[in-house]
Structures are given as structure tokens and as C-alpha cells.
Design a protein around this ligand. Structure first.
Ligand code: ADP
Length: 249
């Protein structure tokens, strides 16, 4: 079994609005995700689960507060350094796969490995292994438009895992999948965490939430309540009355 170090992800007073004056999506949220574990983010639609994943994955910069990787604040790093960290250490399974329609399945998987600086031969070998493991080798030369939704999501998983990343983020990675395909995706994420990786997944799927090590419920901001949810991890999103949508940051 491959050993992966994982990255401890910490959100400190993490606050985010999509633009100045827009409603605050995340309001001083605190949480921690540990290496070797699967954390599931649940909560109502629109509560900010995807946004939180993007922030933890360094795809979006925080408006206020910080995101730490292994205790190092990555908020203030230049864009280039953030994307280097992201490419070298993380994989992201997006909602609806988000494959590049102009590239073949193999090239979609290879892209993240090459971007992470893995040599082409090693990358190709790893891509082939993953495609075989997930039963889609025979679709390697096809384009995303020529494969099923379940196959596309498995390709997206291969793309996320091809670098053996320390962290894997999944945004409804089993949404729209049949039970068998969902099981394959979910088992792979659990196995990756068992190797030492930090896995954080937003999902509405109750059975997935039950299989996770930690469940964190993200509430809509501004409900006036401090929230203690899931297995006791303290999440505050919208502490106190009057910290309001449209006010900050
Ligand atoms: P969830 O994943 O919990 O359904 P999201 O993170 O997708 O929630 O969305 C949180 C809030 O941010 C919603 O009100 C949504 O409409 C808003 N939102 C999401 N993406 C954008 C965007 N690109 N620009 C502006 N608002 C957005």
C-alpha cells in the first residue's frame, strides 16, 4: 500500500463573500480536517459547502480569516505558489466531473500529473493503472462526450488520484451516479484516506456521511446560532445575531 503523508487542513475564522457587498457565504468558520481521515460536509443547499471546499483547496482566496495547510497559513501566498501547492499536493473531484471535452480520457487524467511535474512516463503508467482499476481502460482514447456519466466521474476520480495527492477534495463526487458507480468512487476515497491522505467531501448522500470518520454540518450563515454538529467538531458559521449578509467583508 502506498503511504501518503496527508495535510492537516485548518480553517480559522474563515469568512468569504463572492464579491464586496455580496452576501457573506461563510462567516468566521473554524474547522480542522486530519490526515488519514474522511470528513464529510453536509448541510442545506446553498450553505457554502462547495465554497468551503474551494477555499480549503486554494481555488479561492478567503475574504477574511485563514486557511492553513499543516499549520502554515496559505492565504497570503502569491497565486503561483498557491497553484504549485495545489498541483503538487491535492486532487479535486468536481461536481459533474468537469472533464475537458476536447481531450481524450487519458489526456484528461494525465493533465494534472504533468502539471504537478511528474515525468510523462511515470504519469502515463499511473494513469493506465488507475483507468484499469476503475474499469475504464477501454475508454482511454474516447472523448468525455462519448462516455457515460458514471464513467466520466470515474475518470475525474483518476485525474484527482493520479498524483497520489496528500489531500483529495470531492464536491458531490457521487451525485447523479448509480449505486454501483457511487460505491466505486466512495471506496476509492476511503482507501486513499487509509493510505494517509486527508479526504474532504461535500455530499448529500446519507450513506456516505455514515461511512465517514467525521461529519460536519455547514449551516446557512446568519441563523443566529453557534453550531455544534456532526461528531462534535465545532463549526461556527454566522456567530451572533446581526453579523450580516451584505455587510462584510
Ligand atoms: P452548497 O455547496 O452548500 O450548495 P455553494 O457553496 O455552492 O453552496 O453556494 C453558497 C452560496 O454562494 C449560495 O448562495 C450560492 O448562490 C452562492 N454562490 C456560489 N457560487 C457563486 C458565484 N460564483 N458567484 C456568486 N455567488 C455564488
Amino acid at each position: 500500500m502506498v503511504t501518503i503523508e496527508g495535510v492537516r487542513l485548518t480553517a480559522r475564522d474563515l469568512t468569504f463573500a463572492y464579491r464586496r457587498g455580496a452576501p457573506v457565504v461563510l462567516d468566521r468558520l473554524n474547522l480542522e480536517c486530519e490526515p488519514g481521515s474522511v470528513t464529510v460536509l453536509t448541510g442545506p443547499s446553498g450553505a457554502g459547502k462547495s465554497t468551503l471546499l474551494y477555499l480549503l483547496a486554494l481555488l479561492l482566496p478567503a475574504s477574511q480569516g485563514s486557511v492553513e495547510w499543516d499549520g502554515r497559513s496559505v492565504e497570503s501566498l502569491p497565486d503561483g505558489e498557491r497553484s504549485r501547492l495545489r498541483a503538487a499536493h491535492s486532487g479535486f473531484v468536481f461536481q459533474d466531473a468537469m472533464l475537458d471535452p476536447s481531450r481524450t480520457v487519458v489526456d484528461n487524467v494525465l493533465e494534472s500529473a504533468l502539471f504537478a511535474g511528474i515525468d510523462p512516463q511515470t504519469a502515463r503508467q499511473r494513469a493506465d493503472e488507475l483507468l484499469a482499476e476503475f474499469g475504464i481502460s477501454h475508454r482511454g482514447d474516447h472523448r468525455p462526450g462519448e462516455i457515460s456519466g458514471g464513467q466520466a466521474q470515474r475518470v475525474a476520480l483518476c485525474r484527482a488520484l493520479v498524483t497520489n495527492p496528500d489531500v483529495v477534495f470531492g464536491d458531490e463526487p457521487t451525485g447523479n451516479l448509480d449505486a454501483d458507480s457511487a460505491r466505486i468512487v466512495w471506496d476509492a476515497l476511503i482507501r486513499h484516506a487509509a493510505c494517509g491522505a486527508t479526504v474532504v467531501v461535500a455530499t448529500h448522500d446519507e450513506s456516505l456521511a455514515q461511512a465517514a470518520d467525521h461529519t460536519i454540518v455547514i449551516d446557512l450563515p446568519d441563523d443566529g446560532n453557534d453550531s455544534i454538529h456532526g461528531d462534535g467538531v465545532v463549526v461556527t458559521n454566522g456567530v451572533g445575531v446581526g453579523n450580516g449578509a451584505g455587510e462584510r467583508p
